[in-house]
Design a binder for this molecule. Structure first.
Ligand SMILES: CC(C)(COP(=O)(O)OP(=O)(O)OC[C@H]1O[C@@H](n2cnc3c(N)ncnc32)[C@H](O)[C@@H]1OP(=O)(O)O)[C@@H](O)C(=O)NCCC(=O)NCCS
Length: 402
């Protein structure tokens, strides 16, 4: 019988910036690292994990290892070969989609302990040469392609351009996005100084010169000195109306894992749960309307949970771009500006992806654990984490801190 699904362990690697200290770490190795640590933290033998649902989004990177990263990583981490796993691509939504799948498996009684989350190293995305060369290249220059440039999908605009258009539609100005980006860096710096990320970050060892090992302990992207004035001078990217390198996250690296259990399994293992997963919701809409997804998913999750917006103490909406949480707040509040301000006060209170970084496959799991730890610190009950992803999909997860 379904007695509730709880989060019993949650942690991540530090997030590395594009070309930074984690530049050469494969998604497989990052994943193996968090698999090991998420069970070790609660002293659970790896053999007790029934399933792993694992999100990725930078699929070119994992293609270099021939895919099935969850499977490869669990073997590398020393988990028993009988451990089931599935690698999931739902773009930036992948790791929250993994939470949804893990919860379903437990609720159906098919698993009792499941690792969920995701990983990415965007900077390791390879340049590629079209498959036509396999069949013979007759003549003429042969150019390598780069999927990271103008991030988007064939036949569609770059996501930064679509986001700018939706921001304009919702009257979210460039100034507002820059102010939110600066707030993200400031809030992150305050939270980091208070030691808040120590719960979630596990220092990650990387190879250094002369066979030495260097340990990466903190997120690399944050720029605490960011000001709206400096951001205002940056040019927009890829023809976007509002998005710049300053109000977007980078193309980052990291892995984030949570361990889910049935409530009974947690009790059997004498593990104190961190939070209960109350509801999940998955939505998709017109492909050029990426920023509208999180509010839609939050509304659906609230409906499923039988909760009202006012019951939510904290919101995490992934800063795929600074515009995204701002559009979400407008959609959730409608024309009620006091309600909008009430949401903004509770939204991404420790900063967001613009500061922390957005390794796309890992970010959903990251915002969920940031939410859980902050709810617990505040002795608050309900929180919601929501994320949008490629061609306008979105996920939301409502939790109750325990
Ligand atoms: C925006 C993007 C193209 C920028 O890439 P980049 O040019 O390598 O980024 P950089 O870090 O060099 O930043 C570009 C400039 O902005 C400046 N900048 C960035 N953040 C800044 C900040 N917080 N304050 C002041 N300046 C800042 C940099 O200093 C740099 O200035 P320079 O050109 O004078 O050196 C890339 O990060 C990107 O595509 N991000 C979006 C990722 C994305 O779409 N994710 C998926 C969402 S669904």
């Amino acid at each position: 019988m379904d007695d509730g699904v709880v989060i019993v362990s949650a942690l991540r690697t530090p997030f590395g910036k594009f070309g930074g200290a984690l530049r050469d770490c494969s998604t497989r190795d990052l994943s193996a690292f968090v698999f090991q640590h998420v069970v070790e933290r609660i002293a659970l033998p790896a053999s007790e994990v029934d399933d792993i649902y694992w999100g990725l989004a930078t699929v070119g990177e994992s293609a270099m290892e021939n895919g099935i990263i969850a499977r490869q990583a669990l073997l590398k981490a020393g988990f028993p070969p009988e451990t089931r796993s599935m690698t999931i691509d739902r773009a930036c939504c992948s790791s929250l989609a993994a939470v949804d799948l893990g919860r379903r498996a437990i609720r159906l009684g098919e698993a009792r302990a499941v690792i969920v989350g995701g990983a990415d190293n965007m900077g390791r995305q390879p340049f590629y040469i079209p498959a036509a060369v396999r069949w013979g290249w007759r003549r003429g220059p042969l150019a390598a392609q780069d999927n990271l440039h103008e991030l988007g999908y064939p036949g569609f605009s770059p996501v930064a351009r679509d986001t700018g258009a939706v921001a304009v539609e919702f009257h979210v100005s460039r100034d507002e996005q820059d102010a939110w980006a600066a707030r993200s860096h400031r809030r992150y710096a305050e939270a980091a100084a208070a030691g808040k990320f120590k719960d979630e970050i596990v220092p990650f060892p990387v190879a250094a010169k002369r066979n030495a090992v260097a340990v990466v302990e903190v997120d690399e992207l944050p720029k605490p000195d960011t000001t709206p004035e400096a951001l205002a001078t940056l040019p927009t990217i890829y023809g976007s109306a509002t998005v710049t390198a300053g109000n977007a996250p980078g193309m980052d690296t990291g892995a984030a894992a949570l361990l889910l259990m049935s409530r009974q399994r947690a009790a059997d293992a004498s593990v104190a749960p961190l939070a209960e997963v109350i509801a999940t919701a998955s939505v998709a809409t017109a492909p050029d309307r990426l920023p509208v997804g999180p509010a839609m998913a939050i509304e659906r999750a609230l409906e499923r949970a039988g909760l009202r917006l006012e019951d939510i103490s904290l919101f995490e909406v992934n800063e795929a771009f600074a515009a995204v949480p701002l559009v979400a707040a407008r959609m959730l509040a409608g024309t009620d500006t006091r309600r909008r301000d009430w949401i903004l006060d509770r939204l991404n209170v420790n900063g967001g992806a613009v500061a922390i970084g957005h390794p796309v496959g890992a970010s959903g799991a990251r915002i969920l654990m940031t939410l859980v730890y902050e709810l617990r610190r505040r002795n608050a009950a309900y929180g919601v984490a929501a994320i949008c992803g490629g061609l306008a999909q979105a996920e939301a997860v409502i939790v109750r801190a325990l």
